[in-house]
Structures are given as structure tokens and as C-alpha cells.
Design a protein around this ligand. Structure first.
Ligand code: BEZ
Length: 236
């Protein structure tokens, strides 16, 4: 990569950068083809590498769960289409990992040999590698807005339960107008937005908000039933 080249890094709240690309499932026009869905766009360093293989098998095994939460998966690496096809065929035919075998990857895997898409998304981080994408994860909402970004280095495989937890937490925040505290999982109490006036701060501390538990005026939680959360998210 040229010295002093400016690498754009999309931020949370930005519109997802647009691109057209060839994938293992045909051409995609991103993010337009995904309007109305959540989408997780994730990069991995290279085909035919072991950590990436374990990740693809895990994500493919969980794809239905993500789809049921109105979320599509799209992968990318700085490799060509034929390499992608050969690698996905090898995964299905030969690789067994943590009880997963015969795994078919049916979500699109973008070919990005030119690194055009990877550079648009800040997936090339030269301190780590200037030819391989880091393990980036972009959560993009149904309006095409980036809502969460997580980066991992080359050596560290992602935790896919955490990625699912993030997806459900983002949708819970949107659907119920709440925030989710540390380590939140569906069924745990949620955080209600801070009091917006001295009057409502007093009401909260006087116990006038029956469904809230206030530890102080700025820190109030309420119960949110797991079934209620999942019914709302999974029904869409
Ligand atoms: C892997 O996926 O195994 C891997 C890829 C690039 C660097 C190190 C590990």
C-alpha cells in the first residue's frame, strides 16, 4: 500500500458505503439489496486458512438463527471468486470442527482481489497486514446505517454468540426505546433513558414510575421479558 495513503474508516451512524461486487451467490449491490433487513458484513483475512475456516463453519451453522432475526450475512476476503468457490467446497467436503461437518456456506462471499471494498470499509489495517483484511464486523440496519463495528486481529477468531447478542441488543434498543447494560442478555433488566427534567428525576426517586427500579435518578432499570423481546424480533 502506498505510503501516506488515507484509509477511510466508516463510523457508527454513517450510511454504509455503497459498492457492487461479485460474490459466490452472484452480483450484489450493497447495501441496496439488503434494504429492510439487518445485515452483518464481515471480512476475513484469506481463504484456506484455519481460523477463517472455523469461523465460516460456525457462522454458516448459525445462519438460520441470524436470518430468523431478520439479518442476512455477507462475507468478504481479499481473494478471487474461484478461490472462494474452491475453499467453500473443501469446507463442505473435508472439514470437521466442533461437531460441525458437511457445512454448506450459502451466504454470499465477496471477491475483493482489488481491495476496493475492503479499503472503503477500513478493513485493511496496514499495522496488521497490508494485503489481508482484518476480521471486521459491521452491523448495518434496515435503513443502511452502520450501527456497530467490531474489529479483531488476524490471530483471533470471533465469538459468534456475542455477534448474535449484539444483533438482538441493537434491535431491542430500537423496538423498546431502552439501552442494554453490561453483559445483557434477553430476559435481563434493561436501562431506561435518563430522566430528562428535574421533575421526572424527582418522580422517579419518589417511586412514581411503578415499572422502574431507580438506584439513583440517572440509573433506572425495568424488567423486559425474554419472550416479549424475542417475539418482537423473530416475528418480523
Ligand atoms: C487464519 O485464519 O487461520 C489466519 C489468517 C491469517 C493470519 C493468521 C491466521
Amino acid at each position: 500500500m502506498e505510503e501516506n495513503q488515507v484509509i477511510s474508516m466508516p463510523r457508527i451512524g454513517d450510511k454504509a458505503p455503497e459498492f457492487k461486487a461479485m460474490t459466490t451467490q452472484g452480483e450484489i449491490n450493497f447495501p441496496h439489496d439488503y434494504k429492510g433487513n439487518w445485515v452483518i458484513l464481515f471480512s476475513h483475512p484469506a481463504d484456506f486458512t484455519p481460523v477463517c475456516t472455523s469461523e465460516f463453519m460456525t457462522f454458516a451453522s448459525m445462519e438460520q438463527k441470524f436470518n430468523e432475526a431478520n439479518c442476512k450475512l455477507v462475507g468478504l476476503s481479499v481473494d478471487g471468486l474461484y478461490s472462494h468457490i474452491a475453499w467453500l467446497r473443501t469446507i463442505k467436503e473435508k472439514i470437521e470442527y466442533k461437531g460441525m461437518k458437511d457445512v454448506e456456506v450459502t451466504f454470499p462471499l465477496i471477491e475483493d482481489i482489488t481491495m476496493d471494498v475492503a479499503k472503503k470499509y477500513g478493513m485493511i489495517q496496514p499495522g496488521e497486514s497490508d494485503t489481508k483484511a482484518v476480521r471486521a464486523v459491521f452491523f448495518i440496519d434496515p435503513n443502511g446505517v452502520i450501527r456497530t463495528i467490531i474489529y479483531y486481529p488476524l490471530s483471533l477468531g470471533r465469538n459468534f454468540d456475542e455477534l448474535y447478542r449484539v444483533l438482538i441488543a441493537l434491535q431491542t434498543a430500537d423496538e423498546f426505546g431502552v439501552a442494554t447494560p453490561a453483559d445483557w442478555r434477553p430476559g435481563d433488566d434493561v436501562i431506561v433513558p435518563p430522566a430528562g427534567s428535574c421533575g421526572s428525576a424527582k418522580d422517579r426517586m419518589d417511586g412514581k414510575e411503578a415499572d422502574m427500579k431507580c438506584y439513583d435518578w440517572f440509573f433506572c432499570t425495568k424488567k423486559l421479558d425474554k419472550d416479549e423481546v424475542m417475539k418482537k424480533i423473530l416475528k418480523k
